[in-house]
Structure formats: structure tokens, C-alpha cells
Design a protein around this ligand. Structure first.
Ligand code: THU
Length: 129
């Protein structure tokens, strides 16, 4: 699958976002090391802190299905500028990543910026460290 295809799936995945509070729909698509693909969208809550971002939704779906290592993850929103993962999501992505796991941050037209998780989350907390 190409980077563009992964971004396209992330863009489509935001359609099921539950965003009555922010109105900001986010979609994510994660490709695991065995080629399997999982999607996610943000799910908000009236207790705001209980909100789950699209990236964590996709990663937890993959992990709870038995997958462990992320090859690439794409994130997209309705915003004209590229959406980058929040700090909590960077930590969660790091937990299941290689140093060079690719993070594709897309804008609403499908253009994307490409980072490694190591760039976005240097020195991520690891309990075994
Ligand atoms: N959000 C995500 O889904 N991913 C991010 O990386 C940033 C923020 C969501 C959370 C909330 O539902 C909305 O965007 C506004 O913060």
C-alpha cells in the first residue's frame, strides 16, 4: 500500500468520528508490521477527559486484535493544515513502534507531511529504561 492510499483511508475514517463538543473530526489508519490495517476516529465524551483520539482508537484496535508493531500510521482531519498527533498519542504510538515507524500527518486535501515517531517523540518514556 502506498503512503497516499494510507492517507486516503485515514481521511475516509473520520466520517464515523463522534465530535458533538469540538466538531473536529479526525481519522487514523495504522498499518502493522504484518500488513494488517486498522482504522480509528476520535470519540468524544461529555466528561472531556474521557475523549479518545483517532490515533489511539486505531492503535488500540490493532493491539486488542493481537498486533504489536506499527509500520506506518496516517492521521487526517478537515483542517487545511496537517494534523499532528497529540502528546498522549505520541506516547501510545511509541509503545508499539520501531524508532523509524512512519507517521503521515495529512491535511484535508490529502497532502501530507512525513515524520518518524522518533522525530515526533524523542526519548519516549519506556518502563524498562
Ligand atoms: N484529536 C485527535 O483525534 N487526534 C489528535 O492528535 C489531536 C486531537 C481530537 C480529540 C478531540 O476529539 C478533538 O480532536 C479536538 O481536540
Amino acid at each position: 500500500m502506498t503512503n497516499n492510499e494510507l492517507v486516503y483511508i485515514a481521511l475516509k475514517s473520520k466520517k464515523n468520528a463522534y465530535v458533538p463538543y469540538s466538531g473536529f473530526k479526525v481519522g487514523a489508519c495504522v498499518e502493522m508490521d504484518d500488513g494488517t490495517v486498522y482504522t480509528g476516529a476520535n470519540v468524544e465524551n461529555s466528561s472531556f477527559g474521557a475523549t479518545v483520539c483517532a490515533e489511539r482508537c486505531a492503535v488500540f484496535s490493532a493491539v486488542s486484535d493481537g498486533r504489536r508493531r506499527i509500520k506506518r500510521i496516517a492521521i487526517a482531519s478537515d483542517s487545511k493544515s496537517a494534523v499532528t498527533p497529540c502528546g498522549i498519542c505520541r506516547q501510545v504510538i511509541s509503545e508499539f513502534s520501531y524508532e523509524n515507524t512512519v507517521v503521515l500527518c495529512a491535511s484535508n486535501d490529502g497532502e501530507f507531511e512525513k515524520y518518524s515517531i522518533g522525530e515526533l517523540m524523542p526519548k519516549a518514556f519506556k518502563l524498562e529504561d
